[in-house]
Design a protein around this ligand. Structure first.
Ligand code: BEZ
Length: 327
C-alpha cells in the first residue's frame, strides 16, 4: 500500500512538475504582420514559427500570419505593436530607423559585400546593442535580426555609367538612408511601397528602382524593367519585433519559448538568404534581361558624402565597418 501511495505521489508530483513547466498560462494565438507578399521567405519563417511554437507548447500556442501589409504599412504596424493591438511583426528597419536614427548606420553604403557579411555584422555586439534600445525608445522588444538579399538597381533603360541615372526617378523604400544615397548621386528618390511599383514602372511614375533579387522574382519586375545593375550597395536587415505591452503580459516561460522560437526562425532566414541569393540571381538571368555587375567605383565619392550626412552615426558606422572587415 505504502509503495503504491508513494508511487502515486511520485507520479502525481512528477506530473504536476511537468505541467508547471510546460503548461502555458493561457493558450496564445499570436498575430504576426509583414509587408512582404505571401511566399516570401519572411512569411515562410513566420509559418515555421507557428509550427515550432505549437509543437513546443503541446499545441496550445500558435502564430497567425498576416502578410502583404494586410494589417497596414510598417508605420501602422509599429503603432499597433506599441498599443498592443498587434503581437509581433517581421519588419524592415525603415520605420525603425525613422524613429531611432542610429539604426541608419546599418545602411551605410558598401558596409558589407554580401549576405554572409551582413549576417556577420548583424550578429556583432554594436548591432545587437541597437536592439537593446528598442523597448525604451519604441515600446517594442527586438528579438533579433533577419535579413533580405542585397540591394540592387533595376532600370527600364540601359546604364553604362552613373551619369545615365542622373535625374531619373528611382523608386526607394521610404526612409532616409536610401533617400540620402540617391540625392548625393543626383538621382530623384521616389519613396514607394512595394505593391505600387509594378504599375508605377508601367505608367512612367518611376523608371528605375532600388530593389532586391527575391522581390524582382516575386513581383515579376523583369516584365517592366529589363536592365539589372548588380550593385550590392547596401544590406537590408529585417527585425523580429514583439509588442512591449504584450511582452510584459507573458510569463517567464512564455517569454523564453517565444524568444527561442523566433530567434531560431530568424537564424533560418539569414541562412536561407546566404544560400539562395546566387540561385535567385541565376533565375533572373534566365528571364533574358541584362544583368550587369558593377562595383563601388561606379558610385564615386558616395560613401564619404553619405557619412558626412550621417555624421552623428559615424562612430557606430566605423565600428560596423571594422566588424565587416575582420576575419
Ligand atoms: C522594399 O521596400 O524594397 C522591401 C520591403 C520588404 C522586404 C524587402 C524589401
Amino acid at each position: 500500500m505504502k509503495r503504491s501511495i508513494g508511487k502515486f505521489l511520485v507520479g502525481t508530483v512528477a506530473a504536476l512538475t511537468v505541467l508547471a513547466h510546460t503548461a502555458p498560462t493561457e493558450a496564445r494565438d499570436y498575430r504576426l504582420g509583414t509587408i512582404v507578399p505571401a511566399g516570401h521567405l519572411w512569411n515562410q519563417a513566420a509559418q515555421r514559427m507557428n509550427d515550432a511554437l505549437s509543437e513546443r507548447s503541446g499545441g496550445e500556442d500558435g502564430v497567425s500570419v498576416f502578410p502583404a501589409g494586410q494589417l497596414g504599412d510598417e508605420s501602422q504596424m509599429v503603432q499597433q505593436l506599441q498599443t498592443g493591438a498587434l503581437d509581433m511583426a517581421f519588419l524592415t528597419i525603415a520605420d525603425v530607423t525613422n524613429r531611432v536614427p542610429d539604426f541608419g548606420a546599418l545602411y551605410a553604403p558598401f558596409l558589407v559585400e554580401d549576405v554572409a557579411g551582413a549576417n556577420k555584422v548583424l550578429a556583432s555586439e554594436p548591432a545587437q546593442a541597437l536592439l537593446g534600445r528598442l523597448p525604451k525608445e519604441m515600446g517594442v522588444v527586438g528579438i533579433d535580426y533577419g535579413i533580405a538579399t542585397m540591394r540592387q538597381i533595376m532600370t527600364n533603360f540601359p546604364v553604362d555609367d552613373i551619369s545615365d541615372l542622373a535625374g531619373r526617378k528611382m523608386r526607394i523604400t521610404p526612409f532616409k538612408p536610401f533617400r540620402d544615397f540617391y540625392n548625393i548621386l543626383g538621382i530623384a528618390p521616389t519613396p514607394m511601397p512595394l505593391p505600387e511599383v509594378y504599375d508605377a514602372l508601367a505608367n512612367g511614375q518611376v523608371d528605375a528602382m532600388d530593389i532586391d533579387p527575391e522581390l524582382i522574382l516575386n513581383f515579376k519586375f523583369y516584365e517592366r524593367a529589363d536592365h539589372l545593375l548588380l550593385t550590392n550597395h547596401s544590406m537590408f536587415p529585417m527585425v523580429g519585433l514583439v509588442s512591449g505591452r504584450v511582452w510584459a503580459s507573458l510569463s517567464d516561460d512564455e517569454k523564453q519559448r517565444l524568444r527561442e522560437t523566433m530567434r531560431e526562425q530568424l537564424a533560418w532566414v539569414r541562412q536561407q538568404y546566404e544560400e539562395q541569393e546566387p540561385q535567385m540571381i541565376e533565375k533572373i538571368r534566365t528571364t533574358g534581361i541584362e544583368v550587369k555587375p558593377v562595383d563601388q567605383s561606379f558610385f564615386p565619392g558616395v560613401v564619404a558624402k553619405w557619412e558626412e550626412i550621417w555624421a552623428d552615426q559615424k562612430p557606430l558606422t566605423d565600428e560596423l565597418r571594422a566588424v565587416a572587415a575582420s576575419e
